[in-house]
Design a binder for this molecule. Structure first.
Ligand code: GDP
Length: 433
């Protein structure tokens, strides 16, 4: 089984100083290269074995735990090996140099996973999950990626493909054998399946982008007039000084961002420039950008000063009212959270409310959620073709739309024509994955 040209190697662990660095090899030369590097016979299959590693001049490179992993039961499906080296840069570089002299080459980004896909070890949705798992910053993201890696999402899409394929076969039978004794309800049954599929795909698409939001992170804007303490609040929530806090109104001239984790969801908090009449061009630009960011936000945190006039804002799931400077006294409007960025009063409650909102926007129940724009685009196309097939006057014309819908679904898991997207997709991976 071969998934690509030649045998490749890469550091699978992160670069930089570490106790151990894992170098991974994959391809038909892995065994021969490992034996040459160890200067002796291959260790027993799948047994971690301590060996000395040598370069071509007979200099010892390192003393390492090595693993010989013959295919096809490996990550890539090919013969593979792992070298658990001492983690220093000089060691990993010397070993890499020797591997090149032994005739193998450094891997491209994502090349191991690409080979796993090409050798049928993973479908495309699972390959994407590997990337998401490696990039996961929070627990909720990790769980979503693992679920996708386990194949639940791919299974859902394959189940839809299988049902659509059956519909297509029945439709062809109706056309090819109109005079045969097909059961009278075949047409009704296939129309019913098409309607079920359209409903299921529509519901999956219409999920408020929950899975995609968890994967990409949410976006909360902090908005309000100058000097009410927006920057101070953002610093307090982010636990570090990201925004410039100043008693001079309008100091925040641009959009400042901080990444925080709320309720297991990564959230980019954006402190918008004081939304007031700008006095100079730079500030005007800051206000303009702030307004644009506020429009895109999943949640706008409207800040005002306790005791001051209160903006007229609907209390809905995209808005939250916060009365800052509660330490100065003065009544806050009904429904607003009273906090003080200065004393910390009410901040835990604010964090709790923000976490609950973040969870509510990303939580999914039942079937695994849609996680990528690539899948969304393919599903939208599949749904349009199914709907077109439902709408045709002549049953003979259904076949073409059903075929196009099937093709769109197949592109998600990588079962049909995906050569054009492989380069883009795997180049997003790190080297060594
Ligand atoms: P922004 O323009 O809305 O971003 O406001 P800043 O965060 O720059 O704060 C403006 C001023 O209000 C600064 O002098 C802060 O120290 C002060 N300030 C911020 N939060 C509080 C608070 O909760 N209580 C009091 N007393 N002062 C605050």
């Amino acid at each position: 089984m071969s998934g690509g040209d030649g045998t490749i190697f890469a550091l699978a662990s992160g670069a930089g100083l570490a106790a151990i660095a894992v170098m991974r090899l994959s391809g038909s030369e892995s065994g021969a290269v490992l034996a040459a590097l160890c200067g002796g016979p291959l260790p027993a299959t799948r047994v971690a074995t301590l060996r000395r590693l040598w370069n071509h001049d007979g200099d010892m490179l390192d003393q390492a735990v090595v693993l010989w992993l013959p295919g096809p039961n490996t990550y890539t499906g090919e013969d593979s090996a792992e070298l658990h080296l001492h983690g220093g840069r000089a060691v990993t570089e010397a070993v890499a140099e020797t591997l090149v002299t032994l005739g193998i080459r450094p891997a491209e980004p994502g090349e191991f996973t690409r080979r796993a896909f090409l050798n049928g070890k993973l479908d495309l949705v699972q390959a994407e999950a590997v990337h998401d798992l490696v990039s996961a910053e929070t627990d909720a993201q990790r769980r979503q990626a693992l679920r996708q890696l386990n194949g639940a999402l791919g299974d859902l899409y394959r189940d839809w493909s299988d049902r659509l394929r059956t519909v297509l076969a029945q439709q062809e039978a109706l056309i090819d054998f109109p005079d045969e004794d097909l059961p009278p309800d075949v047409e009704a049954a296939l129309l019913a399946t098409m309607a079920e599929l359209a409903t299921a795909i529509g519901a999956h698409l219409n999920d408020d982008r929950r899975g995609e939001k968890l994967r990409d992170g949410l976006f909360f804007a902090i908005s309000g007039p100058p000097n009410v303490g927006k920057s101070s609040l953002m610093n307090a929530l982010a636990d570090r000084d990201v925004a410039i806090v100043s008693p001079i109104p309008g100091t925040t001239r641009d959009v400042l961002e901080a990444r925080v984790v709320l309720g297991g969801v990564p959230v980019t908090m954006v402190d918008t420039a004081g939304l007031r009449d700008a006095e100079d061009a730079i500030e005007a630009e800051g206000v303009r950008r702030g307004q644009a960011r506020t429009r895109d936000a999943d949640l706008v945190i409207h800040v005002a000063q306790a005791g001051s006039p209160w903006p007229d804002i609907p209390m809905d799931r995209t808005n939250l009212l916060v009365a800052n400077k509660s330490d100065l006294g003065g009544p806050g409007p009904v429904g607003a959270l009273r906090v003080s960025a200065l004393t910390g009063q009410g901040l835990d409650e604010l964090r709790g409310v923000l976490s609950a909102r973040a969870r509510a926007m990303t939580e999914t129940a039942g079937a695994p959620p849609l996680t990528r724009q690539r899948h969304r685009a393919a599903l939208e196309s599949a749904l349009l073709h199914i709907q077109a097939a439902q709408a045709v006057d002549l049953p003979e014309l259904r076949g073409e739309d059903l075929r196009l819908a099937l093709r769109a679904l197949g592109r998600i898991t990588g079962h049909v024509g995906v050569e054009d997207i492989l380069d883009t997709l795997f180049s997003q991976f790190c080297i060594g994955k």
